[in-house]
Design a protein around this ligand. Structure first.
Ligand code: AKG
Ligand code: FE2
Length: 349
């Protein structure tokens, strides 16, 4: 009897942002991690659907406990509170290494059609530390572990979080594979090295008149990310905005315990542009009705971006099913991940 059959109660997606044709869903990842093949398929279709339309989604029940994320935020806050000379002693050196501390104004973000990196004059109001895969010969991470016990703790917390995010990257790639009608483990051997980049970001508190005097001033300039996907953890301040199909900027408001996941340029290229890597930026926090802040200062904002990449030595050419005689031809020549990323990072110096 039909009434006795178990109801299929999996509704993996709801909408978080729907403005100016930019639609960003919240996708419950738990049925992908622990569900039946049918559950997995449903989540996978939602993930790929989001990447093909807005290029962005929020992931909830992604398996990373909130306590782990707050520990990383805590450690990050203590790192950026260090004296400037300590941070400068760990400075970023080269695009090939892409590790270390980047002080305010040092990075110019680039987009794929802006490889000169020269189009922007206003500096970002942020400082970051970039952490790469540990143990890569010739490219040591710049840890503060020789400074004090806190520095040792920082290294431990970040190494552990790096691995946690590496696993989530693998799972999201599995969802993308299923959603693109490929075997679930299709991408595993492409991304299993963990050639990823953990970036801790600090946007220092800033006087409101900085934005009032210079209308083009932002906290982080408009850009698209470079790699496969980015896992973005935001604090509660807000300010992240995504470029809509109508070319406006739409707020991507923080939602507690979710990760914002967006596709990067290399995944867009890999998917023969069926997946979108959408431009975004960070501005001053939006006004909250009834919560007038008349201190004249916007408070600090912290975020954590985990930039995922295919393995550095992987040759990336159009994914099967994204090109062919009856659809679009392959648009881009193949390139190794390493060459692609160094080309993009060189444009930011
Ligand atoms: O801080 C944020 O919310 C976004 C940062 C970002 O987009 C980036 O670093 O690529
Ligand atoms: Fe970004």
């Amino acid at each position: 009897m039909e009434g006795n059959l178990p109801q299929h109660q999996c509704h993996p997606a709801s909408t978080a942002v729907d403005k100016d044709d930019l639609v960003i869903p919240i996708i419950d990842f738990e049925p992908f991690l622990n569900g039946t093949p049918a559950d997995k398929h449903e989540v996978a279709m939602s993930v790929v659907g989001a990447f093909k339309t807005s290029g962005f989604l929020y992931l909830k029940d992604h398996g990373i406990p909130p306590s782990v994320v707050s520990r990383v935020f805590g450690s990050s806050g203590r790192f950026f509170a260090r004296p400037q000379d300590q941070k400068d002693s760990l400075c970023w050196t080269t695009p090939q290494a892409n590790r270390g501390y980047v002080k305010t104004g040092q990075e110019k973000l680039s987009t794929p059609d802006d490889v000169s990196g020269e189009s922007r004059t206003t500096q970002d109001l942020k400082e970051t530390i970039e952490i790469g895969r540990e143990g890569v010969e010739g490219h040591p991470n710049r840890w503060p572990d020789n400074l004090d016990d806190e520095g040792k703790d920082f290294k431990e917390v970040m190494l552990s979080f790096f691995d946690t995010c590496k696993s989530l990257h693998l799972e999201v790639m599995r969802a993308i594979a299923l959603g693109m009608h490929l075997p679930e483990h299709f991408f595993d051997s492409y991304v299993d090295a963990g050639d990823n980049n953990l970036r801790l970001l600090h946007y220092p508190s800033v006087h409101k008149d900085v934005f009032e005097k210079n209308p083009s001033q932002v906290r982080a300039g408009e850009h698209s990310d470079y790699g496969s996907i980015t896992l973005l953890f935001q604090d509660r301040r807000g300010g992240l905005q995504v470029r809509s199909p109508k070319s406006t900027f739409v707020d991507v408001t923080p939602i507690a315990d979710t990760v914002v996941v967006n596709a990067g340029d290399l995944l867009a290229r890999w998917s023969n542009d069926t997946i979108k890597s959408t431009r975004h930026r960070v501005v001053e926090p939006p006004k909250v009705v009834g919560e007038e802040n008349d201190s004249g200062v916007y408070p600090d904002r912290y975020s954590i971006a985990y930039f995922c990449n295919p393995n550095m030595n992987q040759f990336i050419e159009a994914i099967p099913g994204t090109y062919g005689e009856d659809i679009c031809p392959a648009k881009y020549p193949g390139i190794t991940t390493g060459d692609y990323l160094v080309q993009r990072l060189t444009a930011t110096i």
